[in-house]
Ligand binder design. Structure first.
Ligand SMILES: [Zn+2]
Length: 262
Protein backbone atom coordinates (compact mmCIF):
# COMPACT_ATOMS: atom_id res chain seq x y z
CA UNK A 1 0.00 0.00 0.00
CA UNK A 2 1.37 3.37 -0.97
CA UNK A 3 1.15 6.32 1.36
CA UNK A 4 -0.25 8.41 -1.45
CA UNK A 5 -2.32 8.13 -4.59
CA UNK A 6 -1.04 8.62 -8.13
CA UNK A 7 -2.91 11.91 -8.23
CA UNK A 8 -1.20 13.11 -5.05
CA UNK A 9 2.17 12.09 -6.49
CA UNK A 10 1.44 13.98 -9.70
CA UNK A 11 0.42 17.05 -7.71
CA UNK A 12 3.72 17.04 -5.79
CA UNK A 13 5.69 16.78 -9.03
CA UNK A 14 3.65 19.64 -10.54
CA UNK A 15 4.37 21.72 -7.43
CA UNK A 16 8.09 20.93 -7.69
CA UNK A 17 8.11 21.95 -11.35
CA UNK A 18 7.03 25.49 -10.41
CA UNK A 19 10.73 26.04 -9.65
CA UNK A 20 12.57 27.10 -12.84
CA UNK A 21 15.73 25.08 -12.13
CA UNK A 22 13.69 21.94 -11.46
CA UNK A 23 11.68 22.51 -14.63
CA UNK A 24 14.83 22.92 -16.74
CA UNK A 25 16.49 19.77 -15.38
CA UNK A 26 13.24 17.82 -15.65
CA UNK A 27 12.98 18.75 -19.32
CA UNK A 28 16.64 17.84 -19.91
CA UNK A 29 16.28 14.40 -18.31
CA UNK A 30 12.89 13.76 -19.86
CA UNK A 31 14.26 14.48 -23.34
CA UNK A 32 16.73 11.57 -23.18
CA UNK A 33 15.05 9.31 -20.64
CA UNK A 34 11.27 9.87 -20.44
CA UNK A 35 10.12 10.29 -16.82
CA UNK A 36 7.38 8.35 -15.13
CA UNK A 37 6.33 9.42 -11.62
CA UNK A 38 4.84 6.82 -9.28
CA UNK A 39 3.89 6.85 -5.59
CA UNK A 40 6.59 5.25 -3.46
CA UNK A 41 5.66 2.23 -1.36
CA UNK A 42 7.35 3.81 1.65
CA UNK A 43 8.43 7.18 2.91
CA UNK A 44 11.35 7.84 0.59
CA UNK A 45 11.79 9.52 -2.73
CA UNK A 46 13.91 7.50 -5.12
CA UNK A 47 14.59 6.90 -8.79
CA UNK A 48 15.69 4.31 -11.29
CA UNK A 49 17.15 5.28 -14.64
CA UNK A 50 17.39 2.47 -17.17
CA UNK A 51 17.87 2.68 -20.92
CA UNK A 52 14.96 4.70 -22.28
CA UNK A 53 13.13 5.39 -19.03
CA UNK A 54 13.45 7.14 -15.67
CA UNK A 55 11.09 6.18 -12.91
CA UNK A 56 10.75 8.62 -9.99
CA UNK A 57 9.25 7.39 -6.74
CA UNK A 58 7.33 10.11 -4.94
CA UNK A 59 6.71 10.27 -1.19
CA UNK A 60 4.98 12.82 1.02
CA UNK A 61 7.17 15.90 1.50
CA UNK A 62 6.96 19.56 2.42
CA UNK A 63 9.72 20.27 -0.13
CA UNK A 64 8.78 18.78 -3.49
CA UNK A 65 11.14 21.02 -5.52
CA UNK A 66 14.19 19.90 -3.53
CA UNK A 67 13.16 16.24 -3.47
CA UNK A 68 12.44 16.15 -7.19
CA UNK A 69 15.64 18.03 -8.04
CA UNK A 70 17.69 15.53 -6.00
CA UNK A 71 16.28 12.59 -7.98
CA UNK A 72 16.72 14.43 -11.28
CA UNK A 73 20.40 14.93 -10.40
CA UNK A 74 20.74 11.15 -9.91
CA UNK A 75 19.10 10.62 -13.30
CA UNK A 76 21.27 13.25 -15.00
CA UNK A 77 24.41 11.60 -13.66
CA UNK A 78 23.43 8.15 -14.97
CA UNK A 79 22.41 9.57 -18.34
CA UNK A 80 25.80 11.32 -18.38
CA UNK A 81 27.58 7.97 -18.19
CA UNK A 82 27.92 7.16 -14.48
CA UNK A 83 27.99 3.37 -14.20
CA UNK A 84 26.04 1.56 -11.53
CA UNK A 85 27.50 -1.65 -10.14
CA UNK A 86 24.59 -3.90 -9.21
CA UNK A 87 25.67 -7.40 -10.20
CA UNK A 88 27.22 -9.53 -7.49
CA UNK A 89 28.86 -12.98 -7.57
CA UNK A 90 30.11 -14.64 -4.38
CA UNK A 91 32.44 -17.56 -3.69
CA UNK A 92 33.04 -17.20 0.04
CA UNK A 93 31.10 -16.52 3.21
CA UNK A 94 32.20 -12.94 3.90
CA UNK A 95 30.66 -9.51 4.51
CA UNK A 96 27.81 -8.67 2.09
CA UNK A 97 29.48 -6.58 -0.61
CA UNK A 98 26.05 -5.71 -2.01
CA UNK A 99 25.22 -3.74 1.16
CA UNK A 100 28.44 -1.75 0.89
CA UNK A 101 28.03 -1.39 -2.89
CA UNK A 102 24.47 -0.05 -2.65
CA UNK A 103 25.49 2.48 0.00
CA UNK A 104 28.48 3.61 -2.04
CA UNK A 105 26.44 3.89 -5.24
CA UNK A 106 24.22 6.43 -3.51
CA UNK A 107 27.00 8.25 -1.66
CA UNK A 108 29.39 8.57 -4.57
CA UNK A 109 26.67 10.21 -6.64
CA UNK A 110 25.75 12.56 -3.79
CA UNK A 111 29.36 13.69 -3.41
CA UNK A 112 29.49 14.42 -7.13
CA UNK A 113 26.28 16.45 -7.51
CA UNK A 114 25.79 18.16 -4.14
CA UNK A 115 27.29 21.40 -5.49
CA UNK A 116 24.74 21.42 -8.33
CA UNK A 117 21.98 21.26 -5.71
CA UNK A 118 23.29 24.31 -3.86
CA UNK A 119 24.14 26.09 -7.14
CA UNK A 120 20.42 25.91 -7.96
CA UNK A 121 19.78 27.96 -4.83
CA UNK A 122 18.53 25.17 -2.59
CA UNK A 123 19.24 24.97 1.14
CA UNK A 124 21.92 22.30 1.83
CA UNK A 125 19.84 21.20 4.82
CA UNK A 126 17.16 20.01 2.36
CA UNK A 127 19.49 17.90 0.23
CA UNK A 128 17.88 14.76 1.65
CA UNK A 129 14.12 14.45 1.54
CA UNK A 130 12.28 14.38 4.86
CA UNK A 131 13.16 11.27 6.76
CA UNK A 132 16.11 10.35 4.56
CA UNK A 133 19.55 10.07 6.03
CA UNK A 134 20.16 9.05 9.59
CA UNK A 135 20.32 11.79 12.17
CA UNK A 136 23.63 12.31 13.92
CA UNK A 137 21.98 11.39 17.20
CA UNK A 138 20.78 8.08 15.78
CA UNK A 139 24.25 7.22 14.48
CA UNK A 140 25.76 8.12 17.84
CA UNK A 141 23.38 5.81 19.71
CA UNK A 142 24.08 3.08 17.16
CA UNK A 143 27.84 3.35 17.65
CA UNK A 144 27.38 3.38 21.41
CA UNK A 145 25.48 0.10 21.28
CA UNK A 146 28.25 -1.69 19.32
CA UNK A 147 31.00 -3.75 20.91
CA UNK A 148 34.24 -2.10 19.71
CA UNK A 149 36.16 -5.39 19.71
CA UNK A 150 33.51 -7.39 17.87
CA UNK A 151 32.34 -4.79 15.34
CA UNK A 152 33.96 -4.76 11.89
CA UNK A 153 35.55 -1.73 10.25
CA UNK A 154 32.98 -2.17 7.47
CA UNK A 155 30.08 -1.84 9.91
CA UNK A 156 31.60 1.31 11.35
CA UNK A 157 32.26 2.68 7.86
CA UNK A 158 28.61 2.32 6.84
CA UNK A 159 27.69 4.55 9.82
CA UNK A 160 30.60 6.88 9.07
CA UNK A 161 29.06 7.67 5.67
CA UNK A 162 26.72 9.95 7.61
CA UNK A 163 29.74 12.00 8.76
CA UNK A 164 30.95 12.17 5.16
CA UNK A 165 27.59 12.92 3.52
CA UNK A 166 27.31 16.40 2.06
CA UNK A 167 24.39 18.57 3.18
CA UNK A 168 21.69 17.51 5.58
CA UNK A 169 20.44 18.90 8.84
CA UNK A 170 23.56 18.80 11.01
CA UNK A 171 25.76 21.87 11.46
CA UNK A 172 29.49 21.71 10.77
CA UNK A 173 30.12 21.71 14.54
CA UNK A 174 27.73 18.79 15.03
CA UNK A 175 29.37 16.91 12.18
CA UNK A 176 32.81 17.45 13.71
CA UNK A 177 31.53 16.31 17.12
CA UNK A 178 30.17 13.10 15.62
CA UNK A 179 33.48 12.51 13.86
CA UNK A 180 35.33 12.95 17.15
CA UNK A 181 32.92 10.51 18.75
CA UNK A 182 33.97 7.86 16.20
CA UNK A 183 37.62 8.46 17.05
CA UNK A 184 36.93 8.11 20.79
CA UNK A 185 34.85 5.00 20.45
CA UNK A 186 36.30 2.98 17.52
CA UNK A 187 39.63 1.12 17.95
CA UNK A 188 42.51 2.87 16.16
CA UNK A 189 43.27 0.22 13.56
CA UNK A 190 39.62 0.08 12.51
CA UNK A 191 39.39 3.87 12.40
CA UNK A 192 42.51 3.93 10.20
CA UNK A 193 40.74 1.64 7.73
CA UNK A 194 37.54 3.73 7.91
CA UNK A 195 39.50 6.93 7.25
CA UNK A 196 41.37 5.41 4.31
CA UNK A 197 38.08 4.24 2.79
CA UNK A 198 36.56 7.68 3.44
CA UNK A 199 39.44 9.28 1.54
CA UNK A 200 38.60 7.07 -1.48
CA UNK A 201 34.99 8.30 -1.39
CA UNK A 202 36.05 11.95 -1.20
CA UNK A 203 38.59 11.48 -4.00
CA UNK A 204 35.91 10.01 -6.27
CA UNK A 205 33.68 12.97 -5.45
CA UNK A 206 36.36 15.40 -6.58
CA UNK A 207 37.23 13.48 -9.75
CA UNK A 208 35.45 13.30 -13.12
CA UNK A 209 35.50 9.48 -13.08
CA UNK A 210 32.20 7.95 -14.19
CA UNK A 211 33.11 4.35 -13.38
CA UNK A 212 33.22 3.70 -9.61
CA UNK A 213 34.40 0.07 -9.93
CA UNK A 214 37.92 0.70 -8.66
CA UNK A 215 36.67 2.86 -5.82
CA UNK A 216 34.22 0.17 -4.69
CA UNK A 217 36.90 -2.55 -4.52
CA UNK A 218 39.47 -0.19 -2.99
CA UNK A 219 37.04 0.68 -0.21
CA UNK A 220 36.23 -3.02 0.32
CA UNK A 221 39.92 -3.95 0.46
CA UNK A 222 40.79 -1.19 2.92
CA UNK A 223 37.95 -2.22 5.23
CA UNK A 224 38.76 -5.92 4.91
CA UNK A 225 36.44 -8.91 5.20
CA UNK A 226 34.92 -8.76 1.71
CA UNK A 227 36.95 -11.62 0.22
CA UNK A 228 35.54 -13.83 -2.53
CA UNK A 229 33.34 -11.32 -4.34
CA UNK A 230 32.97 -9.99 -7.87
CA UNK A 231 30.88 -6.88 -8.52
CA UNK A 232 29.86 -5.87 -12.01
CA UNK A 233 28.24 -3.08 -13.98
CA UNK A 234 26.60 -5.69 -16.22
CA UNK A 235 26.13 -9.46 -16.25
CA UNK A 236 29.17 -9.80 -18.50
CA UNK A 237 31.32 -11.80 -16.05
CA UNK A 238 34.18 -11.22 -15.49
CA UNK A 239 34.98 -8.50 -18.07
CA UNK A 240 32.49 -5.85 -16.84
CA UNK A 241 33.42 -6.02 -13.19
CA UNK A 242 36.10 -6.28 -10.53
CA UNK A 243 37.13 -8.89 -7.97
CA UNK A 244 37.67 -7.96 -4.32
CA UNK A 245 40.55 -10.44 -4.20
CA UNK A 246 41.80 -13.29 -6.37
CA UNK A 247 39.94 -13.95 -9.62
CA UNK A 248 37.56 -16.93 -9.71
CA UNK A 249 35.25 -18.62 -12.19
CA UNK A 250 31.49 -19.04 -12.44
CA UNK A 251 32.09 -22.72 -11.60
CA UNK A 252 33.64 -21.61 -8.28
CA UNK A 253 30.56 -19.50 -7.60
CA UNK A 254 28.24 -22.39 -8.46
CA UNK A 255 30.20 -24.71 -6.13
CA UNK A 256 29.89 -22.14 -3.33
CA UNK A 257 26.14 -21.78 -3.90
CA UNK A 258 25.79 -25.56 -3.78
CA UNK A 259 27.70 -25.75 -0.50
CA UNK A 260 25.36 -23.10 0.88
CA UNK A 261 22.42 -25.25 -0.16
CA UNK A 262 21.08 -22.81 -2.73
ZN1 LIG B 1 20.11 10.46 -3.43
Amino acid sequence: MSLMTQQEADELVTKGLENAAVRALYDEVNASSPIISVPDEGHCWGSITRPGETEIFVAPTAFPAESLYHELLHAQMKIGGYRQYDQYVQTAASFPLNVLGDALDNELQHHRFFSKFTDAGFDPARFYHDGDGESYEHVRRDIESMDPAGTSAATYFLRYLTVLSPGGHGSDAEREALKQFFFERVPNEKMDAVEAAAADVLAFGESDELDPGETIVNVARRLGGFHGWWVGKSQNFPDDGVFTGDAFTMADAAAFAKRQGR
